[in-house]
Design a protein around this ligand. Structure first.
Ligand SMILES: NC(=O)c1ccc[n+]([C@@H]2O[C@H](COP(=O)([O-])OP(=O)(O)OC[C@H]3O[C@@H](n4cnc5c(N)ncnc54)[C@H](OP(=O)(O)O)[C@@H]3O)[C@@H](O)[C@H]2O)c1
Length: 247
């Protein structure tokens, strides 16, 4: 039987393109997000393109943590097993500190950090029982430094990366692979309103790179590797008076 993968945030951007890319590579795909009508359309299209693989549409709000285990179980049942879970669902909202936007900051943490942790927790529970599995987290280069104007977003991604470090150590002897990826700018609705997006790549290219990194079971990487690997190093050295101008 072929491999199967669950992707959260499959209704748009990276998750959408990655769903099609993994299907093209022969995987059965669980499509999870809140907008079920988009997922059902994707499921029907993917089923007619790849009739020998399974596809399922799962309505899921990752910030409703208690609903995540049931969504995971539904995916396992409908795909008849699950090998890889990608915690990709995320938001990026306007959230300058002290400007009355705290509700946006809280929602960012609830989705990108706690929601991703709930996804990982449910996945690990299943993989421990099964005796194998692969967990993938989509962090960001924005999590490598506290970026002005993106305080909660940076915090959510830095938190996710640290959580994955702990996860890797916890499941080290359990036959569970752990991958954490840090994309730079990939062209999606998440960021297409920004005035500048350095080193932007099309979402299809981003999805191909991410798919290859998943298949290679890369432990941790920027996406694409270059130039963001250099950026990751340099951003940590940047003095705060320069960072302050990057709003
Ligand atoms: N694009 C980039 O340049 C970039 C760079 C670094 C990291 N990332 C990360 O990549 C991931 C995907 O982002 P994207 O650029 O593809 O953004 P996007 O096009 O806006 O897609 C975000 C996806 O997340 C889903 N989502 C949002 N809140 C959710 C929730 N509470 N429960 C379940 N699903 C939820 C959305 O689906 P529904 O609205 O249907 O729920 C949508 O499918 C995010 O974690 C983002 O932080 C993106």
């Amino acid at each position: 039987m072929g491999k199967s993968i669950l992707i959260t945030g499959a209704s748009s951007g990276i998750g959408y393109a990655l769903s099609y890319e993994m299907a093209r590579r022969g995987y059965s795909v669980g499509l999870a997000a809140r907008r079920i009508e988009i997922l059902e359309k994707m499921r029907d299209e993917l089923s007619s393109l790849y009739p020998d693989q399974k596809f399922t549409a799962i309505q899921l709000d990752v910030a409703e943590y208690e609903s995540v285990p049931a969504a995971m179980q539904k995916t396992v049942d409908e795909l008849q097993g699950l090998d890889i879970v990608v915690a990709n669902a995320g938001v990026a909202r306007s959230e300058n500190i002290g400007k009355g936007k705290f509700v946006n900051s809280a929602r960012t943490i609830e989705t990108n950090l706690t929601g991703a942790m709930a996804t990982v927790d449910a996945a690990v529970s299943y993989f421990l029982e099964k005796g194998s599995g692969h967990i993938v987290g989509i962090s960001s280069v924005a999590g490598l430094r506290g970026m002005p104007g993106s305080s909660a977003y940076s915090t959510s991604k830095a938190g996710l990366s640290l959580y994955f470090e702990a996860l890797r150590a916890e499941v080290y002897f359990k036959n569970i692979d752990v991958t954490i990826l840090h994309p730079g700018f990939i062209d999606t609705p998440l960021n297409n309103m920004l005035p500048t997006r350095p080193f932007l790549i099309p979402v299809e290219k981003g999805a191909k790179l991410i798919a290859s990194m998943i298949e290679k079971k890369v432990k941790s990487s920027t996406v694409p590797v270059f130039p963001w690997n250099i950026f990751s190093f340099l951003i940590k050295l940047l003095p705060v008076n320069i960072l302050a101008r990057m709003k």
